[in-house]
Every structure is written in C-alpha cells, then in structure tokens.
Design a protein around this ligand. Structure first.
Ligand code: NAD
Length: 342
C-alpha cells in the first residue's frame, strides 16, 4: 500500500500525534492531519518532532486546519487529501468536560462524524475501481460506550450492548452507530475499534495519570473521585498505536475490534504506584501519597470498564506488549524531563 494518502483526523491530539509519528516512521504513506486545534492539541510538539526528522518526514506530512463540525471545511480537506484511508480520531475526549458542556461533544463527535461520513462517501463513490477496492474508513472509539461493570461481571466484547452513561460516551456511541449505519446502508467500507483508557507521554493534564504526576511534583493536592475504587483497563499509547496500524493493515471491513491491555487498576492503586515511584525519583520530606485528597464523586461515575481482547488476539495476532510498570516509568520520566509542559 505504498504511496497512498492517509487522512488522520484529530492528529494533533494525544493518540493522533503518536500515530502520525509511527506512520511516518514505518510507512511511505503521505499523511494529512485534519485538526481544528483545541486546548488538548499538541500541534507545536508534532510540528517540531516532524521537522526534527528532516525532509523524509516533512515532505510526507501536511496539516489541514479544519473543524469537522463545518461541512465546507471537511469537503475541502477531503479534496486536498484525496485519501485511500481515513483514520478518524478527532473528538472531544474528556468526560468531565462533557458533563459541564455537552453541546460541543454533540457538535464535534456526532455532527462532526456525520459530516466526515457524508464527505467520505462522496469521495469513495468517485474513486477509481483499484483505489475503491482498497479504501477504508477506520473509526476510533472507546470502551466507555458499553457502560459500567461491577467487580464480578464479565468483560465487554465486540458483541456487548451499548449502554453509554455520560454525555461523552453517548456522543461516541452515537458516532459508532452512524459509522456502522453508513456501512450497512451505503456500503462505505468501515472498521470500528473500541479501546480502553490510554496513558503515556504528552497526554493532556486534564486526564487522570498526568494530573496525578503533575500535581505531585508541584506539591498540589492530588484529587481522587469518591473512594478511588473505580477501575479502568490502562493501555500504553504506543500499544494502542501498534493495534491501530495492525488493524489498518489487516482488519476486516465491517468488523469491530476491542483493544485493551488486560491491565485493570483502581484509581487509588494507580495513585499509590505513581506516588511510590516519585518517592524514589524526586525525594521530599513527606511521601507524595499524603497529597491525596478524596473529592466529591463525578456525576454518574462509571464503576468499572474491562475488555475481552480475544478477538483481536486470535484474528489478528495482536496483544499489548508494554507492562504497566514499564509504561508508567516511561510516562513519569517524560513529565519529569518536560517540565516546560507543566
Ligand atoms: P485528545 O483530546 O488528546 O485529541 C483530540 C484531537 O481532536 C484534538 O487535537 C482536537 O483539536 C481534535 N478535535 C476535536 N474536535 C474536533 C473537530 N470538531 N474538528 C477537528 N478536530 C477536532 O484525544 P485523544 O485522547 O487523542 O483521543 C483520540 C480519539 O481516541 C478520540 O476519538 C477518543 O474518543 C478515542 N479514545 C481515546 C482514549 C483515551 O484514553 N485517550 C481511549 C479510547 C478511545
């Protein structure tokens, strides 16, 4: 699939940045990054990382400043990028923000996905046969669409019913349904993946792991919702990117895949792990764990997310490679070295 055009939406965000760098390293594809640039974007870091790799990266990379909620901008982006593959990551991504301001989630995640689907379908219909046969619309979603599990309940898998419970997860669930319906109704060749919580270097401060690390270092309170027992399955962002590339190359059209690391940890346990690592790396008089403050729980806080990843393992031979110990070491070290980010 050399010399093809890939349109990545949300490429300036946390996962998108990692994906674009890996695509530039591992393939000869021309990459177009459609992003509206918002508070969670890392566009400057991405541009620097691309420039630092010289012509071999910058000649194959283009940035398209566009908002998916604006149809004309999506139309332009499709025309300029003329993609063989679309990887759709752009979304408002923070649950708390969706509770305080749901409207932008509806605009970007639902209406934005609708605009992208409509323009992608127009584009797909006009492709020459040989390009049409290989075209894929790859939609990236979250495990949060399935709702919440108790301790003893079986993990979610590709057949689980949708039961989103926050404005964020409801907007992502809606976008999944739209993508699925464009496949069944209009024959747009799509793949959907649902991944569990990502962590790694460069994630925005609003998310749990960067917040624990940064507040610890700055001597601020470390806020933990409720009693800290809520459980998530944590995937290192490089593993997620590896799964995305595996699926991009070998995933079957019309299929869904769950991506996880079988690494379930409570928020309290994660905080303890990070604090004890920081105690060894940046000594101070009191252990960092003393900075923890249990705060009023998030509205409608889902208790547990967990994914059964048998399908991606057996069908595509993919599984997460990075242990939590290794991934969190790398993440903490990155935040310690990149104090300017803080
Ligand atoms: P992020 O918030 O770091 O980045 C999202 C990017 O999308 C930003 O650069 C933002 O400017 C862009 N964007 C948002 N709305 C847009 C619009 N209307 N038009 C153009 N660009 C827009 O998010 P992330 O953590 O990198 O997540 C990327 C995707 O992966 C999202 O779809 C998210 O739902 C999904 N996902 C994330 C996780 C996770 O733990 N981070 C887990 C599973 C799935």
């Amino acid at each position: 699939m050399d010399n093809k055009n890939i349109l990545v939406t949300g490429g300036s965000g946390f996962i998108g940045l990692n994906l674009i760098l890996e695509l530039l390293k591992k393939t000869d594809y021309r990459i177009y990054n459609l992003d509206k640039i918002s508070y969670s974007s890392n566009n400057e870091s991405l541009s620097k990382l691309i420039t630092n790799n010289g012509d071999k990266f910058s000649e194959r990379y283009s940035f398209l400043n566009a908002d998916l909620a604006k149809r004309a901008e999506v139309d332009d982006a499709l025309r300029i990028s003329n993609p063989d593959l679309i990887i759709h990551l752009a979304a408002e991504s923070h649950v708390d923000k969706s509770i305080n301001n749901p409207e932008i989630f509806i605009k970007s995640n639902i209406f934005g996905t609708f605009n992208l689907l409509e323009e992608s379908l127009n584009h797909y219909k006009n492709l020459k046969r040989y390009r049409k046969d290989a075209f894929k619309f790859y939609h990236i979603s979250t495990d949060e669409v399935f709702g919440s599990l108790n301790y003893n309940e079986k993990s979610f898998d590709e057949t689980s019913k949708y039961n989103p419970r926050s404005p964020y997860s409801a907007s992502k669930a809606s976008s999944d349904h739209l993508v699925n319906s464009w496949y069944h109704t209009y024959d747009l060749p799509v793949i959907i993946t649902n991944c569990s919580n990502n962590y790694g270097p460069g994630q925005h401060y609003e998310k749990l792991i960067p917040k624990i690390i940064i507040n610890s270092i700055l001597g601020f309170e470390i806020p933990i919702y409720g009693n800290g027992q809520n459980i998530r399955d944590w995937v290192f962002v490089e593993d997620h990117v590896d799964a995305l590339i595996t699926i991009m190359n070998n995933g079957i059209i019309g299929e869904k895949y769950c991506i996880g690391a079988n690494n379930e940890l409570s928020n309290k346990r994660i905080t303890e792990i990070i604090c004890s690592k920081l105690d060894k790396k940046v000594r101070k008089d009191e252990p960092y764990i003393k900075q923890v403050k249990f705060v009023e729980d998030r509205l409608g806080h889902d208790f547990r997310y967990a994914l059964d990843t048998s399908k991606i393992k057996s069908n595509l031979g993919w599984q997460a490679k990075t242990s939590f110990n290794k991934g969190i070491e790398q993440t903490i070290n990155w935040y310690l070295k990149n104090a300017d980010y803080i």
